[in-house]
Structure formats: C-alpha cells, structure tokens
Design a protein around this ligand. Structure first.
Ligand SMILES: O=C(O)CC1=CCC(=O)O1
Length: 98
C-alpha cells in the first residue's frame, strides 16, 4: 500500500544548533535505511519550507505509524498522511517498482 506523507519540521526556538545538527544526522541515517529497504520510495523537499513529501510502501496503517513515529525528529514534526490508490488513467502500476 502506498502512502504520501507530508512532514513539517518545527524545532523549538530554544533548541541549539548542535542539537539540531545531531537530529539531522540521525534523521538522515534512519531515512536512508528505509530507502535502502525500499519502504521509503522517495523524498522531496518542499521548496522554501522545512518540510518534505515522502512516499512509503507498507503493509498497512500500523506499520506506517510505527515507521513514522520512529523518525528521530518525530516529536518535532507535523505529519499528514494521504493513502494512495491506483488511478484508472494510470498507464503503469509499477512507477515505484511497488
Ligand atoms: O525534511 C526533513 O529534513 C526531515 C526529514 C524527515 C524524513 C527525512 O529524511 O528528513
């Protein structure tokens, strides 16, 4: 099952630069592992915002929640999830190799 997630990162004003940098390193590692496993099919920066759109291929809601809540920055992210279904006009159902 494919899901589109938008993640908006909101760090508290009081968070120092070193702590932010540490979150970013750990986030990149967690995200990279998910991408290597083929669970996270892609991630795109929202232009001009500290936010991304990502696509996940998982078995269901519970797996997706577990994955999203495992992101190191989860406590500082607002996440909106959109389930994706096949469009009748799609010329391929294998766009992401899913
Ligand atoms: O958008 C960001 O930089 C935060 C983030 C969430 C998942 C990821 O890889 O980065």
């Amino acid at each position: 099952m494919l899901f589109l997630a938008r993640m908006d990162v909101v760090f508290p004003e009081s968070m120092d630069a070193a702590t932010k940098a540490d979150f970013q390193v750990r986030e990149k590692e967690y995200s990279g592992n998910l991408q290597q496993q083929g669970i996270m099919k892609g991630i795109w920066r929202v232009v001009g915002e500290y936010a991304n759109y990502s696509i996940f291929d998982v078995d269901g809601h519970d797996e997706l929640h577990e994955i999203l809540s495992g992101f190191p920055m989860f406590a500082y992210m607002n996440v909106k999830v959109t389930p994706l279904a096949k469009h009748p006009n799609a010329t391929t159902d294998d766009f992401f190799g899913a």
